[in-house]
Design a protein around this ligand. Structure first.
Ligand code: UDP
Length: 481
Protein backbone atom coordinates (compact mmCIF):
# COMPACT_ATOMS: atom_id res chain seq x y z
CA UNK A 1 0.00 0.00 0.00
CA UNK A 2 1.62 3.27 -1.07
CA UNK A 3 1.19 6.77 0.25
CA UNK A 4 -1.56 7.76 -2.17
CA UNK A 5 -3.85 4.88 -1.19
CA UNK A 6 -4.05 5.64 2.52
CA UNK A 7 -3.52 9.35 2.79
CA UNK A 8 -7.13 9.77 3.84
CA UNK A 9 -6.65 7.65 6.92
CA UNK A 10 -6.45 9.21 10.34
CA UNK A 11 -5.55 7.24 13.45
CA UNK A 12 -5.38 7.98 17.17
CA UNK A 13 -2.32 6.76 19.04
CA UNK A 14 -2.29 6.53 22.84
CA UNK A 15 0.79 6.38 25.06
CA UNK A 16 1.47 6.09 28.77
CA UNK A 17 3.77 8.79 30.23
CA UNK A 18 6.77 6.44 30.28
CA UNK A 19 9.68 7.29 27.94
CA UNK A 20 9.80 3.65 26.82
CA UNK A 21 6.27 4.06 25.43
CA UNK A 22 6.28 7.71 24.34
CA UNK A 23 9.32 7.30 22.07
CA UNK A 24 8.04 4.31 20.09
CA UNK A 25 4.53 5.76 19.74
CA UNK A 26 6.02 8.98 18.32
CA UNK A 27 8.25 6.91 16.04
CA UNK A 28 5.14 5.07 14.88
CA UNK A 29 3.38 8.37 14.15
CA UNK A 30 6.40 9.50 12.12
CA UNK A 31 6.56 6.25 10.21
CA UNK A 32 2.83 6.29 9.43
CA UNK A 33 3.16 9.83 8.11
CA UNK A 34 6.38 9.51 6.16
CA UNK A 35 6.05 6.04 4.66
CA UNK A 36 2.28 5.84 4.31
CA UNK A 37 0.93 9.40 4.34
CA UNK A 38 -1.33 8.59 7.31
CA UNK A 39 -2.34 11.39 9.65
CA UNK A 40 -2.23 10.69 13.37
CA UNK A 41 -3.23 12.32 16.62
CA UNK A 42 -1.00 11.21 19.48
CA UNK A 43 -2.67 11.34 22.91
CA UNK A 44 -0.12 11.44 25.72
CA UNK A 45 -1.23 10.56 29.22
CA UNK A 46 0.61 12.85 31.65
CA UNK A 47 1.23 12.98 35.39
CA UNK A 48 2.61 16.50 35.62
CA UNK A 49 6.19 15.25 36.28
CA UNK A 50 8.69 17.81 34.92
CA UNK A 51 10.73 15.20 33.02
CA UNK A 52 7.75 14.31 30.80
CA UNK A 53 7.85 17.55 28.86
CA UNK A 54 11.44 16.84 27.72
CA UNK A 55 10.41 13.69 25.92
CA UNK A 56 8.55 15.19 22.99
CA UNK A 57 10.48 16.79 20.18
CA UNK A 58 8.54 18.86 17.68
CA UNK A 59 6.95 16.49 15.16
CA UNK A 60 8.88 16.29 11.92
CA UNK A 61 6.19 15.05 9.61
CA UNK A 62 4.87 18.53 9.02
CA UNK A 63 1.10 18.68 9.42
CA UNK A 64 0.52 14.93 9.66
CA UNK A 65 1.29 14.38 13.35
CA UNK A 66 -0.66 16.20 16.03
CA UNK A 67 0.36 15.74 19.67
CA UNK A 68 -2.15 16.29 22.46
CA UNK A 69 -1.06 16.15 26.08
CA UNK A 70 -4.03 15.00 28.12
CA UNK A 71 -4.59 16.80 31.44
CA UNK A 72 -2.46 15.23 34.22
CA UNK A 73 -3.99 12.25 36.00
CA UNK A 74 -3.83 12.16 39.77
CA UNK A 75 -3.61 8.73 41.38
CA UNK A 76 -2.28 9.94 44.73
CA UNK A 77 -5.46 8.86 46.54
CA UNK A 78 -5.31 5.38 45.01
CA UNK A 79 -1.77 4.38 45.90
CA UNK A 80 -0.19 3.22 49.13
CA UNK A 81 3.44 2.98 50.17
CA UNK A 82 3.70 -0.52 48.67
CA UNK A 83 2.03 0.16 45.34
CA UNK A 84 4.47 -0.94 42.65
CA UNK A 85 5.49 1.42 39.85
CA UNK A 86 3.89 -0.86 37.26
CA UNK A 87 0.60 -0.89 39.17
CA UNK A 88 0.73 2.90 39.26
CA UNK A 89 1.20 2.94 35.51
CA UNK A 90 -1.86 0.74 34.99
CA UNK A 91 -3.83 2.99 37.37
CA UNK A 92 -2.82 6.12 35.47
CA UNK A 93 -3.93 4.59 32.19
CA UNK A 94 -7.25 3.58 33.78
CA UNK A 95 -7.84 7.05 35.18
CA UNK A 96 -7.06 8.49 31.74
CA UNK A 97 -9.87 6.58 29.95
CA UNK A 98 -12.45 9.43 30.29
CA UNK A 99 -9.81 11.88 29.05
CA UNK A 100 -9.16 9.70 26.00
CA UNK A 101 -12.89 9.56 25.32
CA UNK A 102 -13.28 13.35 25.56
CA UNK A 103 -10.25 13.98 23.35
CA UNK A 104 -11.63 11.72 20.62
CA UNK A 105 -15.11 13.20 20.92
CA UNK A 106 -13.63 16.67 20.46
CA UNK A 107 -11.87 15.75 17.20
CA UNK A 108 -13.25 17.39 14.06
CA UNK A 109 -13.47 14.02 12.33
CA UNK A 110 -13.91 10.62 13.86
CA UNK A 111 -10.62 8.70 13.53
CA UNK A 112 -10.42 5.51 11.47
CA UNK A 113 -8.63 3.44 14.14
CA UNK A 114 -7.04 3.62 17.56
CA UNK A 115 -3.64 2.13 18.49
CA UNK A 116 -2.79 2.00 22.21
CA UNK A 117 0.39 0.97 24.01
CA UNK A 118 -0.12 -2.27 25.90
CA UNK A 119 -0.49 -0.58 29.30
CA UNK A 120 -3.52 1.23 27.87
CA UNK A 121 -5.73 -1.72 26.91
CA UNK A 122 -8.56 -0.38 29.09
CA UNK A 123 -8.97 2.47 26.60
CA UNK A 124 -9.82 -0.06 23.90
CA UNK A 125 -13.43 0.05 25.12
CA UNK A 126 -13.58 3.61 23.81
CA UNK A 127 -13.03 2.19 20.32
CA UNK A 128 -16.38 0.39 20.48
CA UNK A 129 -18.14 3.59 21.51
CA UNK A 130 -16.79 5.34 18.40
CA UNK A 131 -17.07 2.29 16.11
CA UNK A 132 -13.35 2.20 15.40
CA UNK A 133 -11.08 -0.79 14.88
CA UNK A 134 -8.60 -1.15 17.72
CA UNK A 135 -4.96 -2.17 17.83
CA UNK A 136 -2.31 -2.62 20.51
CA UNK A 137 1.30 -1.49 20.10
CA UNK A 138 3.45 -3.93 22.05
CA UNK A 139 6.66 -1.96 22.55
CA UNK A 140 8.77 -4.94 23.55
CA UNK A 141 9.75 -8.38 22.26
CA UNK A 142 7.49 -10.93 20.62
CA UNK A 143 8.74 -13.30 23.36
CA UNK A 144 7.39 -11.05 26.14
CA UNK A 145 4.16 -10.66 24.15
CA UNK A 146 3.88 -14.46 23.98
CA UNK A 147 4.39 -14.71 27.75
CA UNK A 148 1.83 -11.96 28.39
CA UNK A 149 -0.96 -13.54 26.35
CA UNK A 150 -0.11 -17.03 27.65
CA UNK A 151 0.15 -16.04 31.31
CA UNK A 152 -3.60 -16.58 31.96
CA UNK A 153 -3.02 -20.24 30.95
CA UNK A 154 0.04 -20.51 33.24
CA UNK A 155 -2.12 -18.98 35.96
CA UNK A 156 -4.50 -21.94 35.66
CA UNK A 157 -1.80 -24.59 35.33
CA UNK A 158 0.71 -23.56 37.99
CA UNK A 159 -0.03 -23.33 41.69
CA UNK A 160 2.24 -21.38 44.04
CA UNK A 161 4.76 -18.72 43.04
CA UNK A 162 6.33 -18.97 39.57
CA UNK A 163 9.71 -18.17 41.06
CA UNK A 164 9.55 -21.47 43.02
CA UNK A 165 8.94 -23.57 39.90
CA UNK A 166 11.66 -26.22 39.52
CA UNK A 167 11.70 -26.04 35.72
CA UNK A 168 11.35 -23.33 33.09
CA UNK A 169 7.97 -21.73 32.29
CA UNK A 170 6.87 -23.21 28.96
CA UNK A 171 5.22 -21.07 26.27
CA UNK A 172 4.01 -22.95 23.16
CA UNK A 173 6.45 -22.66 20.28
CA UNK A 174 8.71 -20.21 22.14
CA UNK A 175 11.90 -20.26 24.15
CA UNK A 176 10.96 -21.27 27.73
CA UNK A 177 11.40 -18.65 30.45
CA UNK A 178 13.65 -19.24 33.43
CA UNK A 179 11.48 -18.38 36.47
CA UNK A 180 14.03 -15.86 37.79
CA UNK A 181 14.00 -14.11 34.38
CA UNK A 182 10.20 -13.75 34.29
CA UNK A 183 8.81 -10.24 34.21
CA UNK A 184 8.56 -8.32 37.50
CA UNK A 185 4.78 -8.55 37.35
CA UNK A 186 5.01 -12.35 37.75
CA UNK A 187 7.37 -12.38 40.71
CA UNK A 188 4.62 -12.19 43.32
CA UNK A 189 1.23 -13.60 42.39
CA UNK A 190 -0.37 -11.98 45.44
CA UNK A 191 0.56 -8.47 44.35
CA UNK A 192 -1.81 -6.19 42.47
CA UNK A 193 0.67 -5.76 39.61
CA UNK A 194 0.24 -9.47 38.81
CA UNK A 195 -3.55 -9.16 38.65
CA UNK A 196 -3.21 -6.09 36.41
CA UNK A 197 -0.76 -7.97 34.18
CA UNK A 198 -3.15 -10.93 33.86
CA UNK A 199 -5.98 -8.59 32.95
CA UNK A 200 -3.81 -6.92 30.33
CA UNK A 201 -2.89 -10.30 28.81
CA UNK A 202 -6.60 -11.10 28.45
CA UNK A 203 -7.44 -7.68 26.98
CA UNK A 204 -4.64 -7.57 24.41
CA UNK A 205 -6.16 -10.48 22.48
CA UNK A 206 -9.52 -8.73 22.13
CA UNK A 207 -8.16 -6.21 19.63
CA UNK A 208 -8.12 -6.28 15.83
CA UNK A 209 -4.35 -6.71 15.68
CA UNK A 210 -1.17 -6.47 17.74
CA UNK A 211 1.74 -4.43 16.41
CA UNK A 212 4.93 -5.78 17.96
CA UNK A 213 8.21 -3.87 17.90
CA UNK A 214 10.20 -6.76 16.51
CA UNK A 215 10.87 -8.53 13.23
CA UNK A 216 11.73 -11.89 11.72
CA UNK A 217 15.43 -11.04 11.65
CA UNK A 218 15.37 -10.84 15.46
CA UNK A 219 12.72 -13.30 16.62
CA UNK A 220 11.90 -15.76 13.83
CA UNK A 221 10.89 -18.64 16.11
CA UNK A 222 8.45 -16.72 18.30
CA UNK A 223 6.86 -14.92 15.38
CA UNK A 224 6.41 -18.23 13.63
CA UNK A 225 4.70 -19.63 16.75
CA UNK A 226 2.06 -16.90 16.47
CA UNK A 227 1.05 -18.15 13.02
CA UNK A 228 1.79 -21.87 13.19
CA UNK A 229 1.59 -23.19 16.75
CA UNK A 230 -1.97 -24.34 17.43
CA UNK A 231 -1.80 -23.79 21.22
CA UNK A 232 -0.48 -20.26 20.74
CA UNK A 233 -3.00 -19.52 17.98
CA UNK A 234 -5.87 -20.60 20.22
CA UNK A 235 -4.67 -18.20 22.90
CA UNK A 236 -4.45 -15.30 20.46
CA UNK A 237 -8.06 -15.89 19.36
CA UNK A 238 -8.44 -13.76 16.26
CA UNK A 239 -5.81 -11.12 16.95
CA UNK A 240 -3.12 -11.25 14.27
CA UNK A 241 0.38 -10.23 15.31
CA UNK A 242 2.10 -7.73 13.01
CA UNK A 243 5.88 -7.44 13.42
CA UNK A 244 6.62 -3.85 12.45
CA UNK A 245 10.01 -3.32 14.09
CA UNK A 246 12.55 -2.10 14.65
CA UNK A 247 10.64 1.05 15.52
CA UNK A 248 13.25 3.46 16.84
CA UNK A 249 13.76 7.19 16.94
CA UNK A 250 15.87 8.52 14.14
CA UNK A 251 19.16 10.25 14.80
CA UNK A 252 18.69 14.00 14.94
CA UNK A 253 21.45 15.75 12.98
CA UNK A 254 21.53 18.46 15.62
CA UNK A 255 21.10 16.11 18.56
CA UNK A 256 24.65 16.18 19.89
CA UNK A 257 25.53 19.69 18.89
CA UNK A 258 25.74 20.52 22.53
CA UNK A 259 29.46 21.08 22.05
CA UNK A 260 31.52 19.37 24.71
CA UNK A 261 30.05 15.89 24.32
CA UNK A 262 30.21 15.90 20.53
CA UNK A 263 33.77 17.26 20.55
CA UNK A 264 34.83 14.60 23.02
CA UNK A 265 33.26 11.77 21.01
CA UNK A 266 34.81 13.13 17.79
CA UNK A 267 38.25 12.95 19.39
CA UNK A 268 37.93 9.25 20.31
CA UNK A 269 39.04 6.44 18.00
CA UNK A 270 36.37 4.43 16.17
CA UNK A 271 34.49 1.81 18.23
CA UNK A 272 36.64 2.28 21.31
CA UNK A 273 34.13 3.94 23.67
CA UNK A 274 31.80 2.02 25.97
CA UNK A 275 28.49 3.83 26.46
CA UNK A 276 27.01 3.22 29.92
CA UNK A 277 23.36 4.04 30.60
CA UNK A 278 20.45 2.42 32.38
CA UNK A 279 17.41 3.78 30.57
CA UNK A 280 14.93 6.42 31.54
CA UNK A 281 14.62 5.34 35.15
CA UNK A 282 17.32 2.86 36.09
CA UNK A 283 19.22 3.95 39.19
CA UNK A 284 21.88 1.82 40.84
CA UNK A 285 22.56 1.50 44.55
CA UNK A 286 25.42 3.49 46.08
CA UNK A 287 27.52 0.34 46.46
CA UNK A 288 26.87 -0.74 42.86
CA UNK A 289 27.68 2.75 41.55
CA UNK A 290 31.02 2.61 43.33
CA UNK A 291 31.82 -0.88 41.99
CA UNK A 292 30.87 0.21 38.49
CA UNK A 293 33.16 3.24 38.68
CA UNK A 294 36.05 1.04 39.87
CA UNK A 295 35.31 -1.57 37.20
CA UNK A 296 35.37 1.05 34.44
CA UNK A 297 38.60 2.53 35.76
CA UNK A 298 40.30 -0.88 36.09
CA UNK A 299 39.32 -1.86 32.55
CA UNK A 300 41.27 1.13 31.16
CA UNK A 301 38.71 1.39 28.36
CA UNK A 302 37.21 4.67 27.21
CA UNK A 303 33.69 5.26 28.49
CA UNK A 304 30.80 7.68 28.32
CA UNK A 305 28.56 7.25 31.37
CA UNK A 306 25.10 8.72 31.88
CA UNK A 307 25.45 8.80 35.62
CA UNK A 308 22.68 9.21 38.17
CA UNK A 309 22.94 9.72 41.89
CA UNK A 310 22.24 6.41 43.62
CA UNK A 311 19.12 5.63 45.55
CA UNK A 312 19.06 3.97 48.94
CA UNK A 313 18.61 0.20 48.84
CA UNK A 314 19.71 -2.14 46.10
CA UNK A 315 17.90 -1.07 42.97
CA UNK A 316 15.34 1.55 42.13
CA UNK A 317 12.73 0.96 39.48
CA UNK A 318 11.25 4.45 39.26
CA UNK A 319 10.24 5.46 35.76
CA UNK A 320 10.70 9.13 36.61
CA UNK A 321 14.03 9.98 38.20
CA UNK A 322 12.89 13.53 38.98
CA UNK A 323 13.59 13.48 42.66
CA UNK A 324 17.22 12.42 42.76
CA UNK A 325 19.83 14.72 44.18
CA UNK A 326 23.58 15.00 44.68
CA UNK A 327 26.70 15.70 42.61
CA UNK A 328 29.23 13.19 41.25
CA UNK A 329 31.65 13.88 44.11
CA UNK A 330 29.03 12.63 46.56
CA UNK A 331 28.83 9.11 45.19
CA UNK A 332 31.82 8.31 42.96
CA UNK A 333 35.08 6.98 44.42
CA UNK A 334 37.41 9.72 45.63
CA UNK A 335 39.68 10.88 42.79
CA UNK A 336 37.75 8.92 40.11
CA UNK A 337 37.08 11.99 37.99
CA UNK A 338 40.72 13.05 37.98
CA UNK A 339 42.12 9.60 37.34
CA UNK A 340 39.77 8.93 34.41
CA UNK A 341 39.68 12.38 32.87
CA UNK A 342 41.61 11.24 29.78
CA UNK A 343 39.45 8.22 29.05
CA UNK A 344 36.05 8.96 30.52
CA UNK A 345 33.18 11.38 30.08
CA UNK A 346 30.28 11.70 32.50
CA UNK A 347 26.86 12.98 31.42
CA UNK A 348 24.60 13.79 34.37
CA UNK A 349 21.16 12.11 34.44
CA UNK A 350 20.16 12.09 30.73
CA UNK A 351 21.99 11.73 27.42
CA UNK A 352 20.92 11.92 23.78
CA UNK A 353 21.04 8.16 23.54
CA UNK A 354 20.22 7.49 19.89
CA UNK A 355 22.75 10.10 18.77
CA UNK A 356 25.42 8.74 21.13
CA UNK A 357 24.88 5.13 20.00
CA UNK A 358 25.10 6.18 16.36
CA UNK A 359 28.46 7.92 16.83
CA UNK A 360 31.31 5.97 15.19
CA UNK A 361 33.40 6.06 18.38
CA UNK A 362 30.90 3.90 20.30
CA UNK A 363 31.92 0.23 20.36
CA UNK A 364 29.83 -1.17 23.21
CA UNK A 365 26.79 -0.37 25.34
CA UNK A 366 26.35 -1.31 28.98
CA UNK A 367 22.57 -1.23 29.16
CA UNK A 368 19.66 -2.09 31.43
CA UNK A 369 18.21 -3.90 28.36
CA UNK A 370 15.02 -1.88 28.04
CA UNK A 371 13.72 -2.94 24.64
CA UNK A 372 13.97 0.53 23.09
CA UNK A 373 17.57 0.84 24.20
CA UNK A 374 18.26 -2.67 22.91
CA UNK A 375 16.84 -1.89 19.48
CA UNK A 376 18.69 1.43 19.36
CA UNK A 377 21.90 -0.47 20.03
CA UNK A 378 21.15 -3.09 17.38
CA UNK A 379 20.27 -0.55 14.68
CA UNK A 380 23.62 1.11 15.43
CA UNK A 381 25.43 -2.24 15.22
CA UNK A 382 26.65 -1.95 18.83
CA UNK A 383 27.02 -5.06 21.07
CA UNK A 384 26.09 -4.90 24.75
CA UNK A 385 26.82 -5.68 28.35
CA UNK A 386 23.39 -6.76 29.57
CA UNK A 387 22.57 -5.31 32.98
CA UNK A 388 18.85 -5.95 33.52
CA UNK A 389 17.13 -4.06 36.34
CA UNK A 390 13.32 -4.22 36.14
CA UNK A 391 10.20 -5.01 34.09
CA UNK A 392 10.94 -7.58 31.32
CA UNK A 393 14.65 -6.73 31.13
CA UNK A 394 15.88 -10.08 32.50
CA UNK A 395 14.14 -11.79 29.57
CA UNK A 396 15.69 -9.30 27.18
CA UNK A 397 19.13 -9.98 28.66
CA UNK A 398 18.64 -13.74 28.27
CA UNK A 399 17.50 -13.22 24.69
CA UNK A 400 20.49 -11.01 23.81
CA UNK A 401 23.05 -13.39 25.28
CA UNK A 402 21.53 -16.81 24.57
CA UNK A 403 19.66 -16.24 21.29
CA UNK A 404 21.21 -13.30 19.46
CA UNK A 405 24.76 -13.62 20.78
CA UNK A 406 25.30 -9.86 20.91
CA UNK A 407 25.86 -9.40 24.65
CA UNK A 408 27.76 -10.53 27.71
CA UNK A 409 26.20 -10.38 31.16
CA UNK A 410 27.14 -10.78 34.82
CA UNK A 411 27.04 -14.31 36.20
CA UNK A 412 24.43 -13.42 38.82
CA UNK A 413 21.56 -11.02 38.08
CA UNK A 414 22.45 -7.48 39.17
CA UNK A 415 19.07 -7.34 40.94
CA UNK A 416 20.19 -10.21 43.19
CA UNK A 417 23.73 -9.26 44.08
CA UNK A 418 26.10 -6.34 43.65
CA UNK A 419 28.33 -6.99 40.62
CA UNK A 420 31.93 -6.62 41.75
CA UNK A 421 34.58 -4.45 40.11
CA UNK A 422 36.67 -7.39 38.86
CA UNK A 423 33.72 -8.93 37.05
CA UNK A 424 32.83 -5.56 35.55
CA UNK A 425 36.42 -5.03 34.42
CA UNK A 426 36.40 -8.48 32.79
CA UNK A 427 33.09 -7.91 30.97
CA UNK A 428 34.20 -4.51 29.70
CA UNK A 429 37.52 -5.88 28.43
CA UNK A 430 35.78 -8.85 26.80
CA UNK A 431 33.41 -6.59 24.93
CA UNK A 432 35.87 -3.86 23.98
CA UNK A 433 39.20 -5.67 23.52
CA UNK A 434 38.77 -9.40 22.96
CA UNK A 435 37.94 -11.35 19.85
CA UNK A 436 34.70 -12.52 21.53
CA UNK A 437 33.63 -8.88 21.70
CA UNK A 438 34.59 -8.35 18.06
CA UNK A 439 32.50 -11.38 17.09
CA UNK A 440 29.51 -9.87 18.93
CA UNK A 441 30.13 -6.56 17.17
CA UNK A 442 30.11 -8.33 13.82
CA UNK A 443 26.89 -10.14 14.75
CA UNK A 444 25.32 -6.83 15.82
CA UNK A 445 26.30 -5.31 12.46
CA UNK A 446 24.68 -8.20 10.61
CA UNK A 447 21.50 -7.82 12.68
CA UNK A 448 21.47 -4.10 11.97
CA UNK A 449 21.45 -4.82 8.26
CA UNK A 450 18.89 -7.62 8.31
CA UNK A 451 16.55 -5.85 10.75
CA UNK A 452 16.60 -2.46 9.02
CA UNK A 453 16.23 -4.02 5.54
CA UNK A 454 12.73 -5.04 6.55
CA UNK A 455 11.70 -1.41 6.99
CA UNK A 456 12.02 -0.34 3.38
CA UNK A 457 9.45 -0.86 0.67
CA UNK A 458 9.14 -4.59 0.01
CA UNK A 459 10.60 -5.49 3.44
CA UNK A 460 8.66 -7.61 5.93
CA UNK A 461 7.98 -4.88 8.52
CA UNK A 462 6.90 -2.45 5.80
CA UNK A 463 4.57 -5.13 4.44
CA UNK A 464 3.09 -5.72 7.93
CA UNK A 465 2.31 -2.03 8.26
CA UNK A 466 0.69 -2.01 4.80
CA UNK A 467 -1.46 -4.96 5.82
CA UNK A 468 -2.69 -3.16 8.96
CA UNK A 469 -3.51 -0.06 6.95
CA UNK A 470 -5.37 -1.97 4.26
CA UNK A 471 -7.40 -3.68 7.01
CA UNK A 472 -8.27 -0.30 8.49
CA UNK A 473 -9.12 1.00 5.02
CA UNK A 474 -11.34 -2.04 4.37
CA UNK A 475 -13.14 -1.61 7.69
CA UNK A 476 -13.69 2.04 6.89
CA UNK A 477 -15.16 1.17 3.49
CA UNK A 478 -17.38 -1.51 5.00
CA UNK A 479 -18.82 1.05 7.35
CA UNK A 480 -17.34 -0.05 10.64
CA UNK A 481 -16.82 3.62 11.33
N1 UDP B 1 16.84 7.51 26.91
C1 UDP B 1 17.58 8.58 26.46
N2 UDP B 1 18.52 9.09 27.29
C2 UDP B 1 18.78 8.61 28.52
C3 UDP B 1 18.01 7.51 28.98
C4 UDP B 1 17.05 6.97 28.14
O1 UDP B 1 17.39 9.07 25.34
O2 UDP B 1 19.66 9.13 29.20
C5 UDP B 1 15.82 6.91 26.02
C6 UDP B 1 16.37 5.70 25.30
O3 UDP B 1 17.03 6.09 24.13
C7 UDP B 1 15.10 4.90 25.06
C8 UDP B 1 14.18 5.28 26.21
O4 UDP B 1 14.72 6.47 26.78
O5 UDP B 1 14.50 5.30 23.84
C9 UDP B 1 14.15 4.24 27.29
O6 UDP B 1 13.39 3.15 26.86
P1 UDP B 1 13.80 1.66 27.22
O7 UDP B 1 12.73 0.79 26.67
O8 UDP B 1 15.15 1.38 26.76
O9 UDP B 1 13.84 1.57 28.78
P2 UDP B 1 12.94 2.15 29.96
O10 UDP B 1 13.55 3.43 30.32
O11 UDP B 1 11.55 2.24 29.44
O12 UDP B 1 13.10 1.15 31.02
Amino acid sequence: MDISSCNNLRVVLLSSPEAGHVFPILALADRLAEQHGVRSTVLLVTTGAPSESNLVNPPRAEGLVEIIRLPPVDISKLVGPDTKVVTQMYMMMREAVPLVRSAIAAMDRRPDAIIVVYFGTESLKVAAEFDMPKYVLFTSTAWFLALSVYCPVLDEEIKGQYIDEPGHLKIPGCKPVKPEDAVDMMLDRDDQQYREYLRMGKEIILCDGILVNSCGALEPKTLQAFVENEAMKSVLLKSPVYPIGPLTRRVEPTGLNSGILMDWLDRQPNQRVLFVSFGSGGVLSAEQTTELAWGLELSRQRFLWVVRPPKKGHVNDSFFPDNIEGTEDDYLPRGFLNRTENIGMLVPTWGQQVEILAHPSIGGFMSHCGWNSTLESIVSGVPMIAWPLYAEQRMNAAFLTEELGVAVRPEVLPTKKVVGREEIEKMVRTLMEHKDGEAMRERARQLKTSATNGLSQGGSSHASMCKILSDIEAKKKNGIN
